[in-house]
Ligand binder design. Structure first.
Ligand code: HEM
Length: 154
């Protein structure tokens, strides 16, 4: 199990890389009114796949680690403390919402044949997902109980 946390840590960079690529494509698509290309599709496909893998690894971490156990054992104590509340509730719930937005976003983009609509939908769905992901990563500058390293060694 010890390698699962470093994988979850490092995979965050893939999620962010593909997420930012997707967002830049959506922005240039909306503002320069260009066609929706195979590259746009590839960027958000990779973004979705990286989110899928991150969700899977996150679920393994969550149900095999201390957070779910402590929530079951003493939910009030978890909710009263920033660190446990973040990992037992906030991180998981908000990241699942972001993951859902990426999936709904991809199907909404596929549902229209108008390129301008595709870019606009990409910007809305993927943009909100990326904001949530950025806000819910336990960056080193967060509260000491939440802060986690930018990279972790195996
Ligand atoms: C795009 C989605 C996600 C990103 C970018 C992300 C990112 C991260 C990062 C950077 C950490 C810190 C890792 C470390 O301590 O080195 C972390 C911790 C954690 N994540 Fe996620 N995460 C995501 C989704 C999820 C999901 C969906 C779950 C659960 C279903 C989850 C469960 C956890 C847990 C339990 C920890 C704490 C591990 C521990 O310190 O015991 N994550 N996440």
């Amino acid at each position: 199990m010890s390698y699962i946390l470093p994988i979850h840590n490092i995979l965050r960079w893939a999620v962010l890389l593909f997420g930012v690529w997707t967002l830049l494509n959506a922005l240039t698509g909306v503002f320069s009114k260009r066609n929706y290309t195979g590259t746009d599709n590839k960027a958000n496909l990779f973004f979705m796949i990286s989110c899928d893998i991150q969700l899977l690894i996150g679920l393994i971490l969550y149900f095999n680690g201390v957070w779910f156990e402590s929530l079951k054992a003493n939910a009030k104590a978890v909710m009263d403390n920033a660190g446990p509340r973040f990992f037992a509730m906030e991180h998981v719930l908000m990241m699942i919402i972001a993951w859902l937005l990426v999936h709904v976003g991809r199907s909404m983009v596929k549902r229209t044949d108008i390129d301008a609509q595709k870019h606009k939908r990409s910007l809305i769905y993927f943009g909100i997902a990326i904001v949530i992901i950025l806000a819910m990563i336990p960056w080193p500058f967060r509260h000491a109980d939440i802060a986690r390293p930018l990279l972790r060694q195996f």
